[in-house]
Design a protein around this ligand. Structure first.
Ligand SMILES: C[S@@+](CC[C@H](N)C(=O)[O-])C[C@H]1O[C@@H](n2cnc3c(N)ncnc32)[C@H](O)[C@@H]1O
Length: 260
């Protein structure tokens, strides 16, 4: 496809959540504006993010010599940005899955048309997290569990599924609803299953804070944890990112608040 055809296709495949480079001049965001900004009002209320910087700052600290020989898993991969970035760091392979065909179609479209960046040894699958164990996959080294915990009817089982496949480091990024009187609890909500960024099971749980996530991660066998993001948004929801490692000392190069 030439650039004109790519632009037409990318426009037709809206909404996009991930701004991903397709070739040296084009990204899925730059189709809409020179700096890749696409406002939710023009994108079916979906926010467009350019997550390369955050991914690379974490991965470069965890894997300073690159990701050669490492297997990368992205749960709820959306359009697959993190899988592409892991391969750019020379990961042995990336495996991403998402429950929605819309996002997996985007991921596969970018993979087929990526020029000047690695697009091989990446597998995308349309699948519910709860069906992951049936795939009989080999363990992964680095797992992303970003933006999915609070879309699940049973998030502990969901996180366990990902953790059981993770032999080195897991990144958990989730929204939380602060409940200072019950930091070890979770708050239930019903969410719409029609929104493309939501879950598909209607019942969902927000953790009340990092404390409960630390206890779950410890129970899952992680020995070291760092809080690498903690911000409060306009809806009084907290956005937390915790990076957890199987071995103590593994996160020494990462900046963040030690939770262990
Ligand atoms: C908030 S977005 C996060 C996207 C991406 N992980 C990121 O951090 O940029 C939530 C994603 O989770 C997917 N999702 C929701 N429930 C899922 C499930 N049970 N299994 C797999 N994917 C799911 C949605 O389709 C959507 O792509």
């Amino acid at each position: 496809m030439n650039n004109e055809e790519l632009i037409e296709q990318i426009r037709a495949m809206r909404p996009w959540h991930h701004d991903i480079e397709v070739n040296q001049t084009l990204s899925t965001g730059k189709v809409f504006s020179p700096d890749g900004t696409l406002l939710p009002a023009d994108n079916d209320k979906v926010s467009m993010i350019s997550p390369r910087g955050r991914f690379e700052s974490r991965a470069n600290k965890l894997y300073p010599d690159g990701m050669a020989g490492k297997r990368f898993l992205d749960c709820a991969c959306n359009a697959g940005a993190y899988c592409f970035y892991a391969r750019e760091l020379n990961a042995e392979m990336s495996y991403g899955f998402d429950v929605r065909k819309h996002w997996i179609d985007q991921a596969k479209f970018v993979q087929e048309n990526r020029d000047g960046f690695p697009a091989d040894r990446i597998e995308f699958q349309e699948m519910d997290l709860y069906d992951l164990p049936s795939q009989d996959l080999q363990p992964f080294d680095f797992t992303y569990f970003s933006g999915i915990f609070y879309h699940l009817p049973d998030p502990v089982t969901g996180l366990k599924i990902a953790a059981d496949l993770t032999q080195d480091v897991l990144l958990l990024n989730t929204a939380a609803v602060p409940e200072s009187e019950n930091p070890l609890g979770m708050s239930m909500v019903y969410e719409s299953v029609d929104l493309v960024m939501s879950g598909v099971h209607r019942l969902a749980w927000f953790p009340n804070g990092p404390e409960i996530l630390v206890e779950i991660l410890k129970w899952l066998g992680f020995k070291e944890m760092k809080l690498t993001k903690d911000v409060i948004n306009h809806k009084n929801r907290r956005r937390l990112e915790i990076i957890a490692a199987r071995e103590k000392g593994r996160l020494s190069e990462l900046s963040g608040h030690d939770l262990t």
